[in-house]
Every structure is written in structure tokens, then in C-alpha cells.
Design a binder for this molecule. Sequence first.
Ligand SMILES: NC(=O)c1ccc[n+]([C@@H]2O[C@H](COP(=O)([O-])OP(=O)(O)OC[C@H]3O[C@@H](n4cnc5c(N)ncnc54)[C@H](OP(=O)(O)O)[C@@H]3O)[C@@H](O)[C@H]2O)c1
Length: 219
Amino acid sequence: MKRVCVTGAGGYIGSWVVKLLLSKGYMVHGTVRDPCDETKNGHLKKLENAEERLHLFKADLLDFESLCAAFVDCSGVIHVASPVLLLAASGNHVPNPEEGRSGGDTMENIRRPYTDVRDLSEAILQLYENPESSGRYICSAYSFRAKEFVAKLESLFPGYNYPKFFTEKSGFNPLNSKKLLKLGWTYRLIEETIVDTIKNYEESGLLEKGKPFPSTIRF
Ligand SMILES: NC(=O)c1ccc[n+]([C@@H]2O[C@H](COP(=O)([O-])OP(=O)(O)OC[C@H]3O[C@@H](n4cnc5c(N)ncnc54)[C@H](OP(=O)(O)O)[C@@H]3O)[C@@H](O)[C@H]2O)c1
């Protein structure tokens, strides 16, 4: 059976990669810093097939021996773990509709990249499985200015308090994922990503009209 190690298995991207690997029949060695921390890692044990095919290893990136123990018998390592400083301007970020309430009605019209974490996980697995893949790949599906993105949110989820005015600010240049697309990577429509994300936030109670909106939404 195919066996692969995923570092940072309990993190945001790591968890989705583990879920995908389990769904594809892999045996997974997931590294986490504290396997007993249910808040951080409890969700992994609930994944489909986790009981039979997910083995968690306690490992820190700075501890060579602990990592080596997790790699034993694996044919590959998907290295996702990283100390992450989450900034509003990095990675995927949904503009906060409530910003209009707290900071006036104005928002910086910055351009940001957007990629569904499920599509990102597919890209990672495609690269892992394809012997032709080599070098660095950029994985970015869309790029929108804040104003465009807020308009999309508003059309799909009217009723929140969205910013009305936008100040011009330069941000990311659109990223080029041609190399990945050439390997056959595809990504879902941004509307599907937004709907699934916001519904999930609403269902879990993180997003509720009248309640403070999370400052960053990851999808
Ligand atoms: N999420 C995004 O939108 C995005 C966008 C672009 C790039 N990235 C990159 O993708 C990578 C993963 O991001 P993420 O969003 O999945 O972050 P995350 O949810 O914070 O996950 C990071 C993982 O790394 C682990 N980790 C941190 N320091 C470690 C150490 N010293 N030893 C072992 N494990 C350690 C954390 O373990 P603990 O749970 O034990 O803390 C956690 O599981 C990062 O390199 C990030 O910069 C993310």
C-alpha cells in the first residue's frame, strides 16, 4: 500500500492533504507537535478511513530524530509544516464584510490571490504522483481586487454589512500557474468556494449576523 508522510498534518493545509490522501487509499504518517492536543488535532481522527490508515507521530521540525521516525517506510514526504505568521495580506483572505461597520465604510482595494484549499490539495497530490513534475510550481486560481471580491460576496450573501467605499492600493501582481495547469491541474469556480466557505462558517456559528466577523476567513 502507498505510504506517505505529511508534516504539519493538523494544520490548515496539512489537514486537507491528509483527508485527500486517505480518500485515495494512502497510508498516512502525519506529524503533529502534540498528538494529545484535541483542539488542534482531534479533527484528524474523525476523517474517513483515519482509524485504519492514519498514524500520528509526535515530531518537531527542529528535532531530526522525531522526523526520521515518522518517515520510516514512507515512499515520500509532503512537507507542509511551517511556523506561520498569518497576515491579512498573505495567502487567501476574504475581505471582512463587517469591516464597514467597525472601520467606517471604507476598505483598501488591494489585489489578492484566491485558491480553494481543496484545489490546492489536489495540486499537491498531482505533483507528488507525477514523475514528470520538477522544480517550483505556483498554485493560484484567481486574483481579485477587494472591490470585485466584495461585489461577489454581496451578490451571493446579501444582508451582511459590506464596505461601500474603496481606496486604491497596490498589492500582488496576478500569479502565474501555467506550469501547474500544463500538468492537468484544474480548479473549481470561485462562486463554489465562496458559498461552501461562508455556509460552513455560518453552520459552525463562526459567522452570524450581529456577531463579530472573524478577521480572516481561510478557504
Ligand atoms: N493557508 C494559506 O492561505 C497559505 C497560503 C500560502 C502559503 N501557505 C503556506 O503553507 C504552509 C502551511 O500553511 P497553513 O495555512 O496550513 O498553516 P497552519 O495551519 O498554521 O499549519 C502549520 C503547521 O505547521 C506546524 N508547525 C509549525 N511549526 C512547527 C515546528 N517547529 N515543528 C513541527 N510542526 C510545526 C503546525 O503545528 P502545530 O499545530 O503543532 O502548531 C501546524 O500544523 C505555510 O508554509 C504557509 O506559509 C499557506
